[in-house]
Write a protein that binds this ligand. Structure first.
Ligand SMILES: C[S@@+](CC[C@H](N)C(=O)[O-])C[C@H]1O[C@@H](n2cnc3c(N)ncnc32)[C@H](O)[C@@H]1O
Length: 178
């Protein structure tokens, strides 16, 4: 499926996330790279489950999840199965930039276990196996899949120009042959 790419510049990216979550009436959300919950600053879903192998100091969380699973995305499947929650969407935002030097208040965003592609692939796998109908990805390039909305985000300040994509996918369930 091809979608037109919308271009959005210099806004708080949590607004893009809020808009896409509302588009699919997301109430039960699974975030496989939770970070500090910055994405949920404008729209806090009814039930939020986060996965992240790095647990941060309490004071830097922007939005706390209802449940936080302190594992990698590929280590969390059993726990998710036991939870038995019917999620509406899976959100994925793997670290994909070089870790900056010096003091940056978002250094924690750059802690990567595996590769960004491993994280995305496993997130799709979880979404397929748990029958989660949508996946929202933030990444530096489009990733294969059935896209229903694509936003190219451009952040410009002086000579600095950073581009990334917010893509909403329809997850096609994994049909297993008997
Ligand atoms: C860019 S940050 C996510 C920020 C988040 N969207 C927010 O709103 O705060 C990426 C997160 O992925 C986590 N991460 C790194 N490797 C991972 C893995 N293998 N599985 C799951 N999460 C991982 C990092 O610890 C980091 O917190």
């Amino acid at each position: 499926m091809t979608t037109q790419t919308e271009i959005i510049q210099n806004i708080d990216t949590a607004k893009i996330v809020a808009d896409m979550l509302k588009q699919v009436n997301a109430e039960y959300v699974l975030d496989t790279t939770y970070g500090v919950g910055r994405f949920y600053k404008f729209f806090r879903p009814k039930f939020l489950v986060g996965i992240d192998p790095h647990i941060y100091p309490n004071s830097i969380y922007i939005v706390k999840p209802d449940i936080l699973i302190p594992k990698t995305v590929w280590g969390a499947f059993k726990t998710l199965k036991l939870l038995g929650v019917k999620f509406n969407i899976c959100v994925v935002d793997p670290p994909f930039r070089h870790r900056p030097r010096g003091k940056d208040n978002r250094l924690y965003y750059y802690n990567l276990i595996g590769t960004p592609e491993d994280i995305i692939r496993h997130s799709f796998k979880i979404a397929e196996e748990l029958k989660i109908p949508y996946l929202l990805l933030h990444f530096n390039k489009p990733y294969d899949g059935t896209k229903i909305r694509t936003i190219k985000y451009i952040y410009e300040r002086g000579f600095l120009k950073i581009e990334s994509y917010f893509i909403l996918y329809k997850v096609i369930p994994n049909v297993k042959t008997p």
